[in-house]
Design a protein around this ligand. Structure first.
Ligand code: 3HC
Length: 294
């Protein structure tokens, strides 16, 4: 049986994007948030993104309306009871996930596949919080979900190969390129990306170059769409700090250890674009100004 009905838990940055692309791909989608305020914010961001695609001519107005009609927001977890697949994109805190999966396990039928969009927690640990570890996988999307083409599909030692294949097929159906990987902290992308981002901070910290020159080097010298410090601000410095600590804990390798400057920025609340300040000052969002941090 294919995946037609999709439940998404969490309508924040990632959950809203996942709900959107699943609806655009023709799935019937129910997305759940904890309260109306958050739900409305998430749905508004989906509508804004769909409008942007129509404006750019990559989506017709009729397809936008059809996608929107396939998408329903709710604050009730029970509304996910008919899902073939539930994608969880809530806060990266194991106690919250534990509570959620215990509830979902009771609500959803046996055939429902559970997928976590976690970037750093163990898929295996979450799988065994449920009574269906063989039907549990990781589906790691990238920000901004409607634009980034990759999905990491993560299996554990307990995942049923058929479930893994279904998840890979689903990632393809929602217009992404799936890559297959196993449950090791950071999977593929963050395993490679996080040490690179942390090294960029070390280069800054050691006075090798300025914020702008580090970013221009990787943008113009290597063709990256964003320089590493811009990307850190985009992802959220708190998010990278959190992931780096988990990776350091798993691998005990110095390259995953967050530099002191990053910790100081977290303590200051300079978490990047969303906080108005990070490696850049976003007082004028159209013209970010490099911060003097060293
Ligand atoms: N929906 C629809 N359209 C969107 C959109 C969205 N959600 N977000 C941006 N756009 C549109 C913009 O409005 C813009 O439209 P315009 O051309 O009409 O102005 C267009 O897309 C291009 O955006 P920008 O002009 O802002 O900038 P870029 O051309 O640089 O593209 C980008 C933006 C795709 C984000 C590109 O900069 C990029 O690829 N950056 C790297 C992002 C990245 O590395 N993401 C992964 C982060 S790591 C992660 O997510 C994992 C986690 O575990 C940490």
């Amino acid at each position: 049986m294919g995946i037609e009905k999709v439940g998404v838990v969490g309508c924040g940055l990632m959950g809203s994007g996942i709900a959107q692309i699943a609806a655009q791909a023709g799935c019937s989608v129910v997305v759940r948030e904890v309260n109306e305020e958050r739900l409305n914010k998430g749905i508004a961001s989906i509508e804004k993104s769909l409008a942007k695609f129509v404006e750019k001519g990559t989506l017709s107005a009729a397809d936008r309306d059809a996608a929107r009609a396939r998408l329903r927001g709710t604050t009730k977890l029970e509304d996910l009871k008919d899902s073939d697949l539930v994608v969880e994109a809530i806060i990266e805190q194991l106690p919250d996930k534990r509570e959620l999966y215990a509830a979902l396990d009771k609500i959803c039928p046996e055939h429902t596949i559970f997928a976590s969009n976690t970037s750093s927690l163990s898929i295996t640990e979450m799988a065994f919080l449920t009574a269906r570890p063989e039907r549990f996988i990781g589906l790691h999307f990238f920000n901004p979900v409607p634009l980034m083409k990759l999905v990491e599909v993560i299996r554990t030692i307990a995942t049923d190969p058929k479930v893994f294949d279904d998840a890979v097929a689903f990632a393809g159906r929602v217009g992404k390129v799936p890559v297959r990987t196993s449950d090791r902290t950071g999977f593929i992308v963050n395993r490679l990306l996080v040490p690179y981002l942390l090294d960029a901070i070390r280069v800054l910290e050691q006075g090798v170059a300025s914020v702008e020159d580090i970013d221009n080097s990787m943008k113009l010298g290597c063709g990256y769409p964003m320089g590493p410090l811009t990307l850190l601000d985009f992802v959220g410095n708190d998010t990278t700090y959190y992931i780096a600590n988990i990776m350091f804990d798993e691998f005990k390798e110095q390259r995953f250890a967050p530099p002191a400057l990053l910790k100081r920025m977290i303590l200051a609340g300079w978490n990047g674009r969303k906080a108005g300040r990070g490696f850049y000052d976003y007082s004028d969002p159209a013209k970010p100004r490099a911060m003097q941090l060293t």
